[in-house]
Design a protein around this ligand. Sequence first.
Ligand code: NCD
Length: 316
Amino acid sequence: MGLQNRNLISTLDFSIDEQDEILTLAEKMMSAPKEYGHLLGGRIMASLFFEPSTRTRLSFESAILRLGGQVIGFSEAGSSSAVKGESLSDTIRMVTQYADIIVMRHPKEGAANIAATVSGVPVINAGDGGHEHPTQTLTDLLTIRSLKKHTDNLVVGCCGDLKFGRTVHSLVKNISRYNGVSFVFASPDELRIPQFLRTFLDSSGVKYIETDRMDENIAEMDVLYMTRVQRERFFNEEDYIRLKDLFILDLNKLKHAKDDMCILHPLPRVNEIAYEVDNDRRAAYFYQAGCGVYARMALMAKLLGAVQREEQKWTL
Ligand code: NCD
């Protein structure tokens, strides 16, 4: 059916082939960004952030600007009509007339899905509560492809807040579709992966182990995906304080890790990776933040059908 005019709400919305098409374009954009500088000229992206963000919002804005398009929007709910009581669907119906594509982040799970049902333009979910964050997954996959040259047969370690971390939920569902991928989930007992993810993996026959020791299986990992404890999703501040510093990656814990393991983190980092790790050759989290721009450039170009037109022009 092609990617033009589609929405990206959940990480499984695109088939592996469609996703690989986006990632391949992202790689081309990464190697020659200037060639794409006018691809989305005259297009407007609405950036609707009802919840705080630094990387996701700025990388989307950077992506549309690098493609020659423009951006409108708000970066906190407080500066939108949501404070006056406007419903999300009214906001979206209105923005549909001002922009060609909508990028939104919302604290409520399912909000992007509701937006997509009333929008006349493609909607991209930039994070909905503790649920999903599909463009972070595209970013993570692009980083892994770029560093490891493939996405098959990887042992992926996920560490930290696996209960509330939406980036982990999206990444695990998505990367488990590639051949031979298995997982090590390391977290305090209270922050283990949710049951829906366990059911998903069990029904797909994907192998995984759960442990409360972060370094126990580090020697097997090809990728170590660190996450922060999601303070804003806790009901009780005392629980957060008790759990927040239990899993800290430092050079000592990396002693037995493979030389070519890559350490990822969606960022922001709080305490979970010691600063000494930043200079280790396996630390890839700042590189990963840069990959986010190219993943989002490629995604928007595909949803807006721009690349197809350019490619047709080149073949005339
Ligand atoms: C993540 C998010 O918002 O879920 N950040 C991001 O988008 N890079 C991770 C987090 O906030 O911990």
